[in-house]
Ligand binder design. Structure first.
Ligand code: 3HC
Ligand code: NAI
Length: 698
């Protein structure tokens, strides 16, 4: 065997085997591309070699173009992926792709450039470029329709969803689907090609002759345009497949390339690529090495069977992890279990859960009133009332009963985790696990790292998050952590706009058109206005400088607590969630303006977006400055997975980068300079520093 850094070369009789070796996923970066070309040339030059097998081994073929090279010189340096595929396709000796594991994007395009393909039945074949806001740009849109037919290719390219190789058996995409070693099978296949003197089969030579192609494309254009308004890529995928039907192969390739380059420059693709990288970076902590030993989590305890405790219990039961659920009173415990039962029954009714799964999940939950039942759990999460005295009592009892090494977690949303940890003799085992409501549905989990939290506790919780299918982001200790600390400013900005002249509908509408799943007033109605109002009252009692009575407080006093009472900022009809404008609210707002001597002004949608989103960004910058979040992209992950921030914007921090930080700073300075403006409008020092240095968050 001989090696060429990114690929290896072996010979089995007349068959040369080129094995790509570029961990972790055989990304087709410059080094690997060069190696493939060099080794194909070597095989071509060797008279002993009659055919070539190209493989990535038994684990992974290739996940496609090396995403890390995007936007860098290396991506465009020869040999490009196009060059490599051309070399392989034009090779005079037959080339057989041996595919196992992931064969995605450029990886599949490379395989389609080979003359024959042998795949293990469980290999994963796909063209996921659309998920990065792109299209297959190395011939995929031209070769896939030739090998799979127009309809099948459209589905593969537009959905971006990979499929098992066995689903492609019998199509021209795969010549053989096997269950054992793909390498052995491919070498045997290559020998039969040599013995049978078969000529190379080239996808480019296949003629597309499908009378349904045009109507199919027209149908695809209409449905795709309606389903993906914020993203240009899906429709461009259809157009490129259209070129495969109507143009000569080389012209189709050229057009595909042109569209690919255009998409690469779109803000939508930049956002999606940012998200791809952000979601992978978020689990990496500079001071917690990837090989940190983990604590074993087999059995979990939850304290408090209220809104959050119930959802958290379901989250673990859903992941097949046994849970002990503790309450202080039998009625509360019964109520909690009944809620869980009702939730699961509703899922069963919708066909999302079978009776067997329903039984299985409930069997995993052990209700108790006795702390002794928590003696053998590996992790306890407390979700009791948000009062320090209650948390103190609970953690004191846990400290006495939990086994050594058990992780003690709090779901507190506002309280100081370090103080909570100080009520135990084992602050190193204490951590915050801040789930979002409804805990069994929301993907986001903020993992709150206390001053003394041990690295292995952190690593264990990150790993556990994957098991329970949560997107975990680590936050430091502060009021509101990352998400809620920022949302408070956003809420304040939207309230200010409302007081000054915008209606709740205008604010919500502008932000929803910007792409948010729900505007701030509708979100308020969904969450309930009472919790924040109570918190404001508590704060006002202890801090006379805090904000006075606001419109939301008036609504609360009228019993308009949001959706749960049928009215809040909007009106709701029984059993429906549609927010209906309510003239009563307009009257209350007008009265509030009069009482506070506010002169109404005209506010543009653009101003709504600037104020609300820049308020988020500015607090995000402070969060970074304070070391509460490790990276700007972690903040984006929080907002994308927990707050309905639009994916095509890539998160608030990437959005700020896109707008340009100097522009954000200028707007914030303008807001801060207004008479009576609150101090937090002042741009964060980090934001100013980055803007002045011509840098960005990411
Ligand atoms: N290039 C470079 N690195 C890649 C990569 C790629 N195409 N795909 C994945 N990686 C990296 C990840 O960043 C991660 O790195 P890290 O360990 O430093 O965080 C590592 O590989 C492992 O990735 P995952 O954490 O995602 O591991 P999984 O085992 O869960 O998934 C996978 C593996 C199925 C290959 C998944 O990573 C994936 O779907 N990758 C993206 C594939 C893709 O989108 N390909 C198209 C690329 S664009 C293209 O080919 C353009 C062409 O048409 C011209
Ligand atoms: P909740 O009021 O619905 O439930 C609290 C439950 O704890 C009640 O069932 C109560 O009987 C029980 N309880 C009280 N004292 C107890 C004790 N000493 N031992 C055992 N059980 C006890 O409250 P909710 O909303 O579930 O909140 C719980 C915690 O989760 C709070 O810390 C809150 O800040 C936090 N949180 C709440 C979110 C929400 O949206 N509701 C979101 C994220 C965190």
């Amino acid at each position: 065997m001989s090696e060429n850094s990114a690929a290896e070369y072996e010979q089995f009789g007349p068959i040369a085997v080129i094995t790509m070796n570029n961990p972790p996923v055989n990304g087709l970066g410059l080094a690997l591309r060069s190696a493939i070309v060099a080794l194909v040339d070597r095989a071509l030059a060797d008279p002993q070699v009659s055919a070539i097998v190209l493989t990535g081994g038994e684990k992974i073929f290739s996940a496609g173009a090396d995403i890390r090279e995007f936007g860098e010189q290396k991506q465009a340096s020869a040999p490009t992926l196009h060059d490599v595929i051309e070399v392989v396709e034009a090779c005079s000796k037959p080339v057989v792709a041996a595919i196992a594991g992931a064969c995605l994007g450029g990886g599949l395009e490379l395989a389609m450039g080979c003359h024959f393909r042998v795949a293990r039945s469980d290999a994963s074949l796909g063209l996921p470029e659309v998920k990065l806001g792109l299209l297959p740009g190395a011939g995929g849109t031209q070769r896939a329709p030739r090998l799979l037919g127009v309809e099948r290719a459209l589905n593969l390219i537009v959905s971006g969803e990979p499929e098992r190789a066995k689903n492609f058996a019998g199509t021209a995409l795969l010549d053989e689907v096997v269950d054992g070693s793909v390498l052995d099978a491919a070498v045997a296949f290559a020998r039969s090609v040599v013995d049978g003197k078969l000529a190379p089969k080239r996808a480019r030579d296949i003629k597309i002759d499908d009378p349904h192609a045009e109507p199919l494309l027209q149908f695809a254009r209409t449905t795709v345009a309606a389903a993906s308004r914020q993203f240009p890529a899906p429709l461009q995928c259809v157009e490129a497949v259209g070129h495969a039907v109507s143009k000569r192969f080389d012209e189709g390739l050229r057009l595909e390339r042109e569209i690919f380059m255009g998409l690469m420059a779109t803000p939508e693709s930049k956002a999606l690529r940012h998200i791809f990288a952000a979601e992978r970076a978020v689990s990496k902590l500079p001071d917690v090495p990837a090989d940190t030993p983990l604590r074993d989590i087999r059995r979990v305890g939850v304290i408090g069977a209220g809104t959050m405790g119930g959802g958290i219990t379901m989250t673990f039961a859903d992941a097949g992890i046994p849970v002990v659920l503790l309450e202080t009173k039998q009625e509360a415990l019964d109520r909690g279990i009944e809620n869980i039962r009702r939730n699961y029954a509703a899922s069963m009714k919708k066909g999302k859960l079978t009776q067997a799964q329903y039984d299985q999940r409930l069997a995993l939950i052990e209700p108790t009133l006795d702390y002794a039942a928590l003696a053998d759990v590996d992790l306890v999460i407390e979700a009791v009332f948000e009062e320090m005295s209650v948390k103190r009592e609970v953690f004191g009892r846990l400290d006495a009963i939990a086994k050594p090494g058990a992780i003690l977690a709090s779901n507190t949303s506002m309280l100081d985790l370090n103080e909570i940890a100080s009520y135990t003799k084992r602050p190193q085992d204490v951590i915050g696990l801040h789930f979002f409501s409804p805990a069994n549905v929301m993907r986001l989990l903020e993992i709150v790292r206390g001053a003394k939290t041990a690295p292995d506790v952190l690593a264990t919780c990150m790993n556990l998050a994957r098991r329970i299918r949560k997107t975990a982001v680590v936050a430091g200790v502060c009021e509101g952590f990352i998400g809620n600390r920022m949302i408070e400013r956003y809420g304040a900005a939207s309230n200010l706009l409302m007081a000054q002249g915008a209606s709740p509908q205008q604010v919500d509408g502008a932000l929803q058109r910007f792409g948010l799943a729900m505007g701030p007033f509708r979100m308020n109605d969904l969450a309930g206005l009472d919790i924040a109002s109570a918190a404001r009252k508590r704060k006002a009692a202890s801090d006379p400088s805090s904000q006075g009575r606001v419109v939301a407080d008036v609504l609360c006093e009228m019993g308009r607590l949001g959706q749960k009472t049928g009215s809040g900022w909007y009106r709701y009809e029984a059993g429906k969630r549609d927010a209906i404008q309510d003239p009563v609210v307009d009257t209350i707002i007008e009265q509030f303006r009069r009482e506070n001597g506010i002169t109404v002004r005209k506010i543009s949608d653009q101003e709504v977006i600037e104020r609300c989103i820049y308020a988020l960004v500015n607090e995000g910058a402070r969060i970074l400055e304070d070391g509460i979040a490790a990276r700007a992209s972690d903040i984006d992950v929080v907002y994308l997975s927990g707050y309905g921030f639009p994916r095509h914007r890539g998160g608030p921090m990437l959005y700020a980068d896109t707008v340009g930080l100097p522009n954000v700073v200028r707007a914030l300075r303008r807001f801060a300079a207004e008479p009576g403006a609150e101090a937090w409008w002042e741009p964060a020092p980090l934001l100013v520093k980055l803007a002045e240095a011509g840098r960005s968050f990411n």
